[in-house]
Design a protein around this ligand. Structure first.
Ligand SMILES: *Cc1c(COP(=O)(O)O)cnc(C)c1O
Length: 390
């Protein structure tokens, strides 16, 4: 018992990196999902979510999935990825950007990040294209858009699919249109670490009309069950390679409750993000750290607040210093080209200095709806005093 009490106290004073936000409406909507009498999925709340994304973000053909990883697996099936194919992805990303394509046997080709942001370096991207390249997966890191005009121009010229890994990118724009509307496909995540969350959850968006019919089957175990529901056929059959990709109505109800509060959630995150920026700007002027750069064509959806330190040892010392002062700041993405799985399998040597640099120097600060501004100020004061002491 004593042990448990101690842990609870410790958690209470520690500022976590993330704390999932509940709007309060979740329980009511989940009960409503039960009351519909059918809650295995593809029902009332799944429809409500699909309509919400269409009305608010212009995402026309949506398929809720169990995760962004599942959504990317659907995209991989829809692109007919095989072991003859190459798929280009940024190395500085989460493993799920790669695995759905590796699962189909594709060779994963790693592209570097830009010098000024973790997003894919479009200049290098074109040099990596070969006759075997079938798809490019791009990641809008921290919800800040990749240069979609340039990427779509290259992809269309070479007749290659573009898949937006939009896991970070809800409610964010490239120029005047929302992310998820540019690629042939886009995958969103509603994992508890993202701005809008259903615990686990994701969504595939399809912008290539010719793919929708097949996607409906892949979504439901490779069967034509939807045609039976529409009364077109009287028994359903196995017609394609698919899986069980759709979430239950309980997950969809939870997601819909969150979506009702998206403006509030984004407003809170914006205030926190801007406070960090203003209070850390003086360290950027003194060239101690770098802050995110927002380009003309990008909007900010305040998914991540990150700083760039000057070396891995400095970054790790800062993490330790913050932890000693009860603040959890975390780094992420061991660049995938150096992962044990790729090192073991691949004979190619990738030299990706920018991806390596972000792996070694990027640090994410706590950012969640209920993070109070006086705590943000506490964190930025700690960071300032760290840099005064070195
Ligand atoms: C979170 C994340 C994913 C995976 O999302 P899940 O919903 O957990 O499968 C994929 N790509 C990126 C860039 C992510 O941050």
């Amino acid at each position: 018992m004593c042990y448990i009490t101690k842990n609870v106290q410790k958690r209470f004073i520690m500022i976590p990196f993330n704390k999932p936000y509940l709007t309060g409406q979740e329980y009511e909507l989940i009960e409503k999902a039960f009351s519909k009498g059918k809650f295995s999925g593809n029902g009332y709340f799944t429809d409500k979510c699909h309509r919400f994304f269409k009305d608010h973000f212009g995402l026309s053909n949506c398929f809720l999935t169990n995760s962004a990883t599942s959504a990317l697996e659907m995209a991989s099936l829809l692109c007919n990825i095989t072991k003859e194919d190459e798929v280009i992805i940024p190395s500085y990303t989460f493993v799920s950007t790669a695995t759905p394509f590796a699962l189909r046997g594709a060779r994963i080709v790693f592209c570097d990040s830009e010098p000024t942001s973790p997003n894919i370096d479009v200049l290098q991207l074109e040099q990596l294209i070969t006759p075997k390249t079938k798809a490019i997966v791009i990641v809008h890191y921290a919800g800040l858009a990749c240069d979609m005009d340039a990427i779509m121009e290259i992809a269309n010229r070479h007749e290659i699919f573009v898949i937006e890994d939009a896991a970070h990118s809800i409610a964010s724009l490239y120029k005047d249109k929302f992310l998820g509307t540019y690629g042939h496909f886009a995958a969103f995540s509603f994992h508890e670490t993202k701005n809008i969350s259903s615990g686990q959850g994701g969504m595939l968006v399809i912008n290539d009309q010719s793919m929708i019919n097949r996607a409906e089957k892949i979504w439901i175990k490779g069967t034509n069950q939807l045609d039976m529901q529409r009364g077109i056929i009287d028994k359903y059959e196995w017609v394609d390679l698919g899986s069980n990709f759709y979430p239950s109505e309980i997950t969809a109800a939870l997601l819909f409750a969150q979506l009702q509060k998206i403006e509030f959630i984004q407003k809170k995150r914006k205030t926190i993000w801007n406070t960090y920026y203003e209070q850390l700007h003086h360290l950027e002027i003194k060239e101690k750290i770098s802050l995110p750069i927002i380009k003309d064509y990008q909007s900010n959806n305040y998914h991540i607040f990150y700083i760039l330190c000057t070396s891995i040892s400095e970054r790790n010392n800062l993490i330790d210093f913050l932890k000693q002062n009860n603040v959890l700041a975390v780094f992420h993405y061991s660049a995938l080209h150096s992962s044990p799985y790729i090192q073991e399998k691949s004979t190619n040597k990738f030299e990706l200095p920018n991806a390596d640099r972000y792996s070694e120097t990027l640090l994410r600060l706590p950012l969640f709806v209920e993070l109070e501004l006086n705590l943000v100020t506490k964190i930025t004061s700690l960071i300032s005093s760290f840099y005064e002491s070195i």
